[in-house]
Design a protein around this ligand. Structure first.
Ligand code: HEM
Length: 253
C-alpha cells in the first residue's frame, strides 16, 4: 500500500473519530438536558403556580432564551452527525428492514434438517441500534415541531397573554390535542436517550468495571423512572389528573 493511500486512510479514520465524538458528545448533552427538562416540565405537578413561577424565573434571568437556541443548535448538530450512520440508499434501508425482521424472528426459528438454512441468532444490540435509528427519525420530526413551538413561546407573544412560557397556554395546547404527539415523543426520546447512553458507556468503556448486563440494568431503571415521571406529567398537562403536589404551594403566600 502506497504512503498516499495510508495517509488518506489515516485522514479518513481521524475524521470518523471526530464525527463519532461530535455525535456522541451532542447525544450525551441532549440526554442530560432531557433529564433537566423533565424536572422543569414536571413543575406542573405543583400546579399552574409552580409551573409559571419556574418558567417566569428562567425567562426573567435570561436562562430560557439562550437555552432554547443552544438546544436547537445541539439537536441539529447531533441529527446531522449521528444520521451519517443511517443507511441512506433505499436498497440499504430495505436490507435494514429485512435484518430487523430476521432478528425479530430469531430465536424462534430452528435449523431445517438436511438444508443449509442457519437460523438468525438473537442479537439485542443490533435490534437496539435499529430502534435507535427509528426513534431518531421520529424525534427529528416531532422534536423539531416542539422546538419551534417553544421558540415561538419564548421569543414572541404569539401564544397566550404575553411573551414567554405560560401554564395556561401549555395546558390548553396539550389537552386541546397535542397529547398524542407528546406521548409518542416522550416514549421515543426516553428510549433513544436511554439506549444512547448505554451504547456510549459500552462504546467508550465508561464503567468498564461494570458488566454490560449491569449497565443494561442501570439503563432500564433510569428509563422506567423517567418514563413514569413523564407519563404522570403528561396526564396532568392533558387535564386528566389534578396536579398532585399543588397542595404544597397552597399554603405558600
Ligand atoms: C432529544 C433528542 C435526542 C437525544 C437525547 C439523543 C441522544 C443520543 C445518544 C445519547 C446517542 C448515543 C451516541 C452514540 O452512540 O455515539 C444517540 C445516538 C444516535 N442518535 Fe440521537 N438523540 C436525540 C435526537 C436524535 C435525532 C433528532 C436524530 C436524527 C436522526 C438522532 C439520531 C441518532 C442516531 C442515528 C444515533 C446512533 C449513532 C451511532 O450509532 O453512533 N438522534 N442519540
Amino acid at each position: 500500500m502506497t504512503d498516499d493511500t495510508l495517509n488518506v486512510r489515516a485522514e479518513e479514520a481521524r475524521s470518523q473519530l471526530v464525527y463519532e465524538l461530535i455525535s456522541g458528545a451532542s447525544g450525551l448533552c441532549l440526554a442530560v438536558f432531557m433529564w433537566g427538562h423533565m424536572v422543569l416540565v414536571g413543575s406542573i405537578l405543583f400546579g399552574a403556580r409552580g409551573f409559571d413561577w419556574l418558567a417566569g424565573g428562567l425567562e426573567d434571568y435570561y436562562i430560557a432564551q439562550p437555552t432554547v437556541i443552544f438546544i436547537i443548535v445541539l439537536f441539529l448538530v447531533h441529527a446531522v452527525f449521528a444520521s451519517r450512520k443511517i443507511p441512506a440508499q433505499l436498497r440499504e434501508r430495505k436490507q435494514m428492514i429485512r435484518l430487523a425482521r430476521d432478528l425479530r424472528e430469531s430465536g424462534s426459528s430452528r435449523p431445517v434438517p438436511g438444508s443449509d438454512y442457519v437460523p438468525f441468532r438473537p442479537h439485542v444490540e443490533s435490534m437496539l441500534w435499529i430502534w435507535q435509528v427509528r426513534t431518531g427519525m421520529v424525534i427529528l420530526v416531532l422534536g423539531s415541531f416542539h422546538l419551534v413551538l417553544l421558540g415561538l413561546d419564548v421569543f414572541t407573544p404569539m401564544f397566550g397573554m404575553h411573551r414567554g412560557i405560560e401554564s395556561a397556554t401549555t395546558l390548553a395546547r396539550v389537552s386541546g390535542g397535542l397529547w398524542p404527539l407528546y406521548a409518542v415523543l416522550l416514549l421515543c426520546v426516553e428510549f433513544h436517550a436511554g439506549v444512547g447512553l448505554y451504547r456510549l458507556a459500552v462504546k467508550w468503556g465508561v464503567g468498564a468495571r461494570l458488566s454490560r448486563a449491569a449497565l443494561w440494568k442501570i439503563e432500564h431503571v433510569l428509563f422506567w423512572i423517567i418514563l413514569g415521571l413523564g407519563i404522570l406529567t403528561l396526564v396532568v398537562l392533558a387535564g386528566w389528573l389534578d396536579p398532585p403536589l399543588a397542595f404544597l404551594l397552597e399554603a405558600a403566600p
